[in-house]
Each structure stands twice: as structure tokens, then as C-alpha cells.
Write a protein that binds this ligand. Sequence first.
Ligand code: SF4
Length: 302
Amino acid sequence: MCGRDPGEQKVRKSPYDRALRLRQRLWREGGAGVKVPDNAPVIGLPQALLTYTYYPLWQRFFNTLGFRVQLSGQTTDEIRELGPRMAGADFCFPAKLALGHVAKLAVTDGVDFVFVPHLKNTQANEETTGTAVCPYVQGTAACSRTALAMNHMDASRLLSPLVDMRMRERDIIKTLSDELARPLGCSPRDLRRAWRAGLQAQTAFEDRCQEEGAKILAEATAKNEKMILLVGRPYNNYDGGANLGLPRRSRTWAAPSCPWTLSSRTCRGWACATATPSGATVRRSWPCWSRPPTRNYWTSSI
Ligand code: SF4
């Protein structure tokens, strides 16, 4: 017996996953809002690695330029099998999956271009001195091109501009123009307008995540409820095909989970952990300049 009432029509939603679902909804909607004709050319975005962070930016960017955006979707069994097969070397699992997503888009009818930026640095922020992206993530653009060629697939529709978000705007527009202006038929001025619109959408999305995260943590605090704080890369936290549903284990532990990306500003200043629900002891630590957390949050890192 599966335990499901035979008459039940609705998909059951666990309250413990609420924060995860909320973040993904904000992520999907963050860059929407610009109308694009149904017959506009399509840019494929591999739903892997930093797309789980920057989708709002790129969606708004391409929509502003008059293109539709199509994600490759969550990792499936097919992509889990395809990615490692495409890879010419033993990368980490998320990097291999990214190759599978690129390959899927490369053979999808109706996708005119596949966008795999070489993202070098994310924006400067007050929490870190360096914001360089992992070499595997940076290398995905080049590796995708090689992997497609090695597997006798068409790599000519790949668009891979260098994007260094610590550079001055005019340099960013220059690198975007070098790669995108000709194939997409747009001017540097169009690209600047789209870039600014994209950044605005990204900032609004990130602010909204923090607002909603703060509300969820405040609610839990008011109820004296324990939560599991999911510390992980967004492409591991939110891709059910990569994490095999691990974040949903919070349901089994009977504690709601909150992803780090929804709560990083609220929890800034301390790295927490007490004991896991299974009883394993984890080091409790927080920087000496901050007060110890007065609440209990369990952390789970994936
Ligand atoms: S940071 Fe991400 S892409 Fe880089 S090695 Fe780790 S899991 Fe792989």
C-alpha cells in the first residue's frame, strides 16, 4: 500500500518543504514580466550550476532583448546518464550534470542558441574579499563545447560570453557584445539596457528571498520551532534530480527546512549546529564577534 487515499486527487505538499518550494517559485518568477512574442527565437539555458542562482538575471536579460528563454528542466535519469557519458574527465557530479543539460538543449528542436556563460566572478559583496567562481563552473563553457564536439554534436549554437561581475559595466557590455552582438543581432546599447534590466530583476529576487527567509525564521522563532538550515550550493539544494530528494528528508525528521539562500542575511554572523535529529553531534560554532544563536537550527549541508 502506498498510503495514499485512493480518492485523493491533489498532490500532497509537505509543510516542511515550504521554504524550498517558495524559493523555487521566487526563482522562476524573478525574471518574468517582459512580454515576448510566442514566435521569438529561443535561448536554451541549462538548468544546472549557476542557473540556479542567476536565472532571474538571464531570463530578464534575454526577454528584454526580445528572446524567449527555455530551461532544460530538472535533472532526469536521462541527464544523469548523459552528463557523465559526455564528460571527457572525472569532474564533480554537478559539473557532469551540466554537460548533460547542455547536450539535451543542443538537440532540442526549437532551441536556437544554448547559453553557457563563462562566469568568472560574482558581484563584490560585504561578506567576502574574493568572489571567484569554482574553476569547474567557469570551465563549463569550454568543456561543453569540447564535449559536444567529442560526441559529434553541433556546438555552433553555443553562446559563451565571459561575464565577470566585478568588472566595470562598460567592460561587461564589451565582453557581452563580443560574443552576442553578431549572432543575436543586437547593439551594445541593447545589451546595456538588457543587462541593467537583468541586474534589477536579480537584485529584486535576492531581496525578496531574504525578506521571505527572515519571515520564516521569525515565525519559527516565535513558535520555538526547530528548523533544519540547508547549507548547500543552490544547484544541489534545489535540483531534485541531483540531490535525490535529500532536502525532503526534513519531513522524516519532522522539522521544517530552510535553505541558506533564503536566510543568509538573517543568519549572518554565525555558523551553527548542535546535534542532528539522528543524534549525531556536530560542532557548535559561531564567530567570537557575534552572540551565540539563541535558537536551535540544525544544519544540513549538501
Ligand atoms: S563548487 Fe560545485 S562545481 Fe565546483 S567542484 Fe564543488 S560541486 Fe563541483
